[in-house]
Design a protein around this ligand. Structure first.
Ligand SMILES: Cc1ncc(COP(=O)(O)O)c(C=O)c1O
Length: 454
């Protein structure tokens, strides 16, 4: 059997050099823009992590529409990254663009609500069965504010998150377990405001006993979770795990916050709908605005009652839940159109079978070549992992990450006009994705496996 462990690293390095040369020769315009940007942007990129793209420099985008984009060098790409879920509705979905264009002429931000706010609240209530909603412009802020409210109403200080979680740049969540079980900052954590060991307890995903121990002192305000990990790679909950999380949080008076920002891929009501979860609070960002910044966080009736009246009118603008443009007219117009006409139940009925097709294609290639990798899927999102069995925890997945191999596979795909989600091997379907896009990936993935192991 061929194994990734016995992968020929010399061969990989040679293949990588070929791919880098191919990328360089095919992207002179991107190269020129990157050189220009070096003069005014730190490392030539607008966000630090953009230095991590697999090519020698990032692609510069000319236009994007549906499930495709074109780079400034005139190449057309199938986009399975979809802005890491920000463009899960597809690039420029028609109804969202029409609503945004309408709103552009009707006022963008006025510190007053529009009718769209009530419509979006009603739609989120219908989907997630939580009755009270508030808005933010990023999932990070929505998580921050949910945690603040959780501490406020519970009078407790600590937060629990999963090992290798990601909930945006939320200070309490930039924490992992070290080898000896201590809570430490994530590698690369930049200037932590407070030592995460003071704010946070970290438990392994799928570890019921670990969670029970972390909550036993009843000093934890909230457990903030993705119902399946998605950012270290997809790690699915074992049967009974999420039920146990709910039972233990209820028993210890701890609030359960579910972050559906990525797991909305599971269906129109995300994993909460799919698995009948009962969070006290729910956060969702990125995709619901169809590309316009927006996020929402909602509360159960009980939590809403505890919040209501606990913040005086005089204090309601300075208490740490802010954002002048949060809930502004443009973002809610875009969200109404995106939820109402783009990310509908019917759209998921097309997207999920496409992800299943992607999964089946990749699985066939892996099995035929006898490579000990496997593929996981959650609704409209699928991913292959460099290990034969599904990981149970974030740490297991992390231990098998192979940045060198991953960069090669991403660059191989990019050179064949496919964009994967960076930093792991994930593909997301949009309502505009079609079977030919999926099949093209299967084809070039098979070629990559042949080049590596054949
Ligand atoms: C689960 C989850 N929550 C929150 C966030 C933060 O989103 P944003 O960066 O838009 O604030 C992310 C970002 O990847 C995420 O994956």
């Amino acid at each position: 059997m061929t194994t990734s462990a016995s992968l020929d690293r010399t061969r990989l390095a040679r293949l990588m050099a070929d791919e880098r040369a191919r990328f360089a020769s095919e992207h002179p315009q991107s190269a020129a823009l990157h050189d220009r940007a070096r003069a005014s942007l730190l490392d030539g990129v607008p966000m630090p992590w953009m230095v991590k793209w697999a090519g020698p420099w990032p692609l510069y985008v000319e236009t994007a529409a549906g499930a495709h984009f074109a780079c400034v060098d005139g190449h057309d790409y199938v986009d399975f990254c979809l802005g890491d879920t920000g463009a899960m509705a597809g690039h420029g979905p028609g109804p969202t663009i029409a609503a945004v264009e309408r709103q552009l002429r009707r006022g963008l931000t006025h510190m007053l609500p529009t009718e769209d706010a009530a419509w979006v609240g009603e739609e989120l209530t219908r989907r997630f069965r939580l009755g009270s909603w508030q808005f933010a412009l990023s999932a990070t802020d929505a998580n921050r504010w949910a945690l603040r409210l959780a501490r406020h109403i519970s009078g407790r200080s600590k937060v629990v998150v999963h090992d290798h979680c990601y909930h945006g740049s939320v200070d309490e969540a930039i924490a992992v377990l070290d080898g000896s079980g201590l809570v430490v900052p994530v590698r690369g954590s930049v200037g932590p405001q407070v030592d995460v060991a003071h704010t946070t307890r970290v438990v392994e995903f799928n570890d019921v006993d670990g969670l029970a121990a972390a909550l036993s002192d009843r000093d934890v305000a909230a457990v903030l979770i993705e119902p399946a990990l998605t950012n270290v790679g997809i790690v699915l909950p074992e049967p009974g795990y999420l039920e146990a999380v709910r039972e233990i949080t209820r028993r210890t008076g701890t609030l359960l916050i579910i972050d559906e920002t990525h797991t909305i891929c599971a269906g129109p009501a995300g994993a909460t709908g799919l698995w009948n979860l009962e969070p006290d609070m729910l956060v969702i960002g990125k995709t619901i605005g169809g590309g316009i910044p927006v996020a929402a966080y909602g509360f159960s009736a009980e939590i809403a009652a505890r919040i209501r009246g606990s913040i005086t009118v005089e204090d309601s603008d300075v208490g740490g839940i802010g954002g002048t443009l949060a809930g502004y007219a443009l973002s809610l117009a875009a969200t109404r159109a995106t939820l109402g006409e783009v990310l509908t139940a019917e759209a998921f009925e097309r997207m999920i079978p496409l992800a299943a097709r992607w999964e089946a294609g990749v699985r066939d290639v892996i099995r035929t070549a006898d490579v000990p990798w496997h593929v996981t899927r959650l609704g409209a999102r699928a991913e292959y992992h460099f290990m034969p069995d599904p990981p149970r925890t974030g740490a297991e997945q992390w231990a098998r990450a192979d940045p060198e191999l991953e960069r090669f596979l991403h660059l191989w795909a990019m050179n064949r006009r496919i964009l994967m989600t960076p930093f792991h091997n994930m593909a997301l379907m949009s309502p505009a994705t079609v079977a030919a896009d999926v099949d093209r990936h299967t084809e070039i993935f098979a070629e990559a496996i042949e080049a590596l192991f054949g």
